[in-house]
Write a new protein. Structure first.
Length: 191
């Protein structure tokens, strides 16, 4: 059994003095609505990130394991925000679950490992594209990822390893609507 706890603390400050003039089509003109100046927006946060892993040796050649961890990406500023309510992007966090087996055969000359995982992502940070497909905002969404990995290693003779891997991931939004276009992306693959 492995158990751990990590603490993370962060702080970010944004000062935006320049004024940009951009219309909704992405054209820069002096007549468009300017992005307002920001004089010192501070955000901060912290998180406890636990980890628990269990492993069991079924026999000398076969080990089964599982783990639960919490992932985290700090909040940030949306430096292109036009309005105060769009300025802060929430922190992203996830719970990550993994199970698998690790094997070793023929005096450790052959190894085959198999794992499966599920990640439940809360407030995923998403770069939002506008109608002209240019970056226009940062938003939050709910998402999940599920997948499996197969890894093989063979050592036919000392000093020569053959390594192969195969992975499959299905990651999709479970609750996300583009705030600029109004398009719903529930069920779509993560970008």
């Amino acid at each position: 059994m492995t158990a751990g706890l990590r603490y993370e603390s962060w702080q970010e400050e944004l000062n935006r003095d320049a004024q940009l003039f951009e219309d909704l089509d992405g054209n820069v003109t002096p007549s468009a609505t300017p992005i307002s100046a920001i004089d010192g927006s501070d955000i901060n946060g912290d998180a406890f990130l636990p980890k628990l892993a269990l492993s069991y040796e079924i026999n000398p050649n076969l080990i089964a394991y599982s783990s639960i961890t919490r992932g985290y990406r700090p909040g940030t500023h949306n430096y292109l925000a036009f309005a105060d309510e769009e300025l802060i992007v929430d922190a992203e966090d996830s719970w990550n679950y993994e199970i698998g087996v690790k094997t070793s055969w023929l005096d450790d000359r052959l190894g085959i490992n198999l794992s499966a995982f599920y990640n439940d992502i809360n407030d995923a940070q998403v770069l939002v594209l506008d109608d002209s497909l240019t970056f226009g905002d940062i938003s939050n969404a709910q998402a999940r990822a599920i997948g499996a990995e197969l890894e093989m290693r063979a050592t036919p003779f000392d000093g020569f390893d053959i390594i192969a891997g195969l992975g499959y991931t299905d990651a999709e939004y479970t609750d996300y609507t583009n705030e600029i276009t109004g398009e719903n992306f529930d069920g779509n693959a993560l970008l």
